[in-house]
Ligand binder design. Structure first.
Ligand code: IMP
Ligand code: MG
Length: 178
């Protein structure tokens, strides 16, 4: 592994640890959905790295779709207010759906997406997240599968960014406070 960028303070999870957890969570999901088809819905851009790694561990017929969100701007802007910037390409009606998140933090984004997706009539709807930061949770959301719990530190890598950088790091790290 090449040297970490100097803005990195500490590696929280190595590539090997991440791969091992994704393999375990993938096995759990494969067991829970045996005999069914699964639709994975990724939230651009952060969850792309996790989604592709997870999908390869699933022993199920899998379909993949993406949506993108952006902060709501204008008079109704405020914490956790988001809008769909890109919608799904296909219907999820009657399908078993897992929303794939990079991190569930306050829970606002995930709650908005769950409500939006639930209204489309999936057969089932769950959440799988790479990181779960429960100390900062404001709205409760049912996280079905989580790879790692993290403390209240800003993290980057494996899809997570700071100003659009560091998504391509294979590990997950805390940034130096600046
Ligand atoms: P929530 O609505 O507060 O749960 O925020 C979720 C979104 O905030 C995530 O999908 C990330 O894009 C972003 N985010 C929250 N915490 C971090 C972090 O530590 N590093 C990078 N992005 C983060
Ligand atoms: Mg982000």
């Amino acid at each position: 592994m090449s040297a970490a960028p100097h803005e990195i303070e500490r590696i929280l999870f190595t590539e090997e640890q991440i791969q091992e957890r994704i393999r375990a969570v993938g096995a759990q999901i494969s067991g829970d959905f045996t005999g069914r088809e699964l639709k994975l819905i990724g939230v651009l851009k952060g969850s792309v790295f996790f989604l592709t790694a997870l999908a390869r561990e699933l022993r199920l017929p899998v379909r993949i779709d993406f949506l993108a969100i952006s902060p709501f701007t204008g008079q109704r802007s405020g914490p956790g207010l988001v809008r769909l910037a890109k919608d799904l390409d296909e219907s999820i009606e009657g399908e078993h759906v897992l929303l794939v998140e990079d991190i569930v933090d306050t829970g606002f984004t995930t709650r908005y997406l769950l409500q939006n997706l639930a209204a489309r009539g999936p057969a089932s709807l769950g959440i799988v997240t790479l990181l779960d930061r429960t100390p900062r949770r404001i709205v409760q959301v049912p996280v079905n599968y989580s790879c790692f719990e993290i403390p209240d530190r800003f993290v980057v890598g494996f899809g997570l960014d700071y100003k659009q950088l560091y998504r391509n790091l294979g590990y997950i790290a805390a940034l130096k406070p600046d």
